[in-house]
Design a protein. Structure first.
Length: 178
């Protein structure tokens, strides 16, 4: 397993630590530590992609697993934020619904021998969601909360745009499936 794929798997392993820190009461500075873990896990996403492209280490495993690791991290964080009343459940449903739809689409593609890498819209969506989560975890109040709400709406809008873009570009994968 190459370094980018190890970083992807590290990100997956960081998720349970993050969730415990977010949701278990009584852990001193739990949210702050969870925020730090989330930031570090998010940085592994940037780092694994950079190293994979720089060193020509792009693999089908990485193309498939990297988006899953991102989704696991971000969706877990959003569910924790719903639990803490910092994020509206309907927004999370839209975001997770998009992820499930694209996940199903990717499975059909894999069965046909095609691995579909993330698009730029998908990357923008992921970055906006990660920024949203970080802002909501570090709840500094006043203007910060207003900016966090704007970023939240941007993340939801980019989620929908990336879904439409993904389906438009890859609809041919569904030929003969319906």
């Amino acid at each position: 397993m190459n370094l980018p794929n190890k970083l992807t798997m590290l990100r997956v392993c960081m998720v349970p630590v993050f969730v415990v820190l977010m949701l278990v009461d009584g852990i001193p500075y739990g949210n702050i530590l969870a925020g730090i873990i989330f930031i570090l896990a998010s940085l592994t996403d940037t780092l694994d992609g950079y190293i994979a492209r720089r060193d020509n280490l792009i693999t089908d495993f990485g193309k498939f697993m990297d988006p899953i690791a991102d989704k696991l991290l971000v969706c877990s964080a959003m569910i924790c934020l719903v639990e803490q009343d910092k994020l509206a459940a309907w927004m999370v449903i839209i975001i997770i619904g998009r992820e499930l739809a694209i996940g199903g689409f990717r499975l059909v593609a894999v069965e046909k021998g095609t691995v579909i890498a993330a698009s730029y819209w998908g990357k923008f969506k992921t970055v906006s969601q990660m920024i949203m989560v970080i802002m909501l975890i570090f709840d500094f109040g006043s203007v910060w909360n207003l900016i966090a709400q704007v970023v939240t709406w941007i993340a939801v809008i980019l989620t929908v745009i990336s879904l439409v873009d993904y389906l438009k570009k890859n609809w041919s994968v569904m030929d003969g499936q319906m």
